[in-house]
Design a protein around this ligand. Structure first.
Ligand SMILES: Nc1ncnc2c1ncn2[C@@H]1O[C@H](COP(=O)(O)OP(=O)(O)OP(=O)(O)O)[C@@H](O)[C@H]1O
Length: 257
């Protein structure tokens, strides 16, 4: 359902020079599975997700999402994907229901379809209480739920979420985690980024540890625990990341070049 092969993205920055934001990322994700990209700030998570969602063109490498190539069939990919960006602008003057309906129409849904889907998403995301209120007065959690609902109004097979619980309180984060779990139960393919260790432990079928644009290690929680002889995800993460950092800083300049 998602297959990434050698996905690479280089940026050219005046001050920093060439930046390898994503470096040869490969993985396969089946339907009904949740993949968590775990990484610190600047690790390359957003860049990878944006390439999968067709918002960025890979410098090299390929990916297919829902059976379509991101480079040659971006429209088909977009029709089958819901992408939740880390910060989504919402129109404050609309109510949540109006905003969701607006995106439903953009996706070619009829008004009855929009009504059915909105009712379902609202129930699943605990939005009933504020569905008909204006977004401008919403809390961060209410805004995030609205963003998720508008992202998924067309019921896509693949969901790509960039830090969906960032900045949310425990209750709102729990609702979203439960929602993502329900999506998996309905056979959706979910890939999402986070730096919250406990969340990947609870939620993900596969965890990918990203650092410096590279996918350093990936596997089930059980795989990672066995491989690193450690049960705590935070410890595993730190070990994986520091072993690479130590390697690169101990290498001679020639070896690094
Ligand atoms: N448009 C761009 N131009 C130049 N550099 C960029 C651009 N977008 C991202 N980068 C750089 O690429 C690297 C990876 O960034 P990315 O946003 O993918 O990381 P991230 O893991 O999502 O981090 P965060 O958790 O902070 O969102 C960083 O060094 C970032 O500064």
């Amino acid at each position: 359902m998602i297959e990434a092969r050698g996905l690479t993205k280089l940026f050219h920055d005046k001050k920093r020079g060439e930046i390898r934001a994503a470096d040869n990322i490969s993985f396969t994700l089946a339907p009904g599975q949740i993949y968590g990209l775990l990484g610190a700030n600047g690790a390359g998570k957003t860049t990878t997700l944006r390439m999968l969602a067709t918002l960025l063109k890979p410098t090299s490498g390929t990916a297919t999402v829902a059976g379509f190539d991101v480079a040659t069939s971006p429209d088909k990919v977009r029709a089958n994907v819901g992408f939740l960006a880390a910060s989504t602008a919402l129109y404050g003057r609309l109510t949540a229901r109006e905003l969701i309906a607006y995106f439903g129409r953009l996706n070619g849904l009829s008004d009855p379809e929009i009504a059915v889907r909105t009712a379902r998403l609202s129930a699943e995301l605990d939005m009933d209480e504020f569905l008909d209120r204006r977004i401008e007065k919403f809390s961060t959690g209410m805004k995030q739920k609205t963003s998720i609902a508008r992202t998924l109004i067309h019921d896509p097979a693949v969901m790509i979420f960039d830090e969906p619980t960032l900045g949310l309180d425990v209750m709102a984060a729990r609702t979203i985690v439960r929602f993502i779990r329900d999506c998996r139960a309905r056979g959706k393919t979910v890939i999402y980024s986070t730096h919250v260790m406990s969340e990947v432990e609870k939620l993900c079928d596969t965890i990918g540890i990203v650092h410096g644009g590279r996918l350093l290690d990936a596997g089930t929680l059980a795989d990672l625990r066995a491989r690193h002889g450690e049960t705590d995800m935070e410890e595993i993460f730190v070990r994986v990341v520091t072993s690479v950092t130590a390697l690169s800083s101990s290498a001679t300049p020639e070896a690094r070049a």
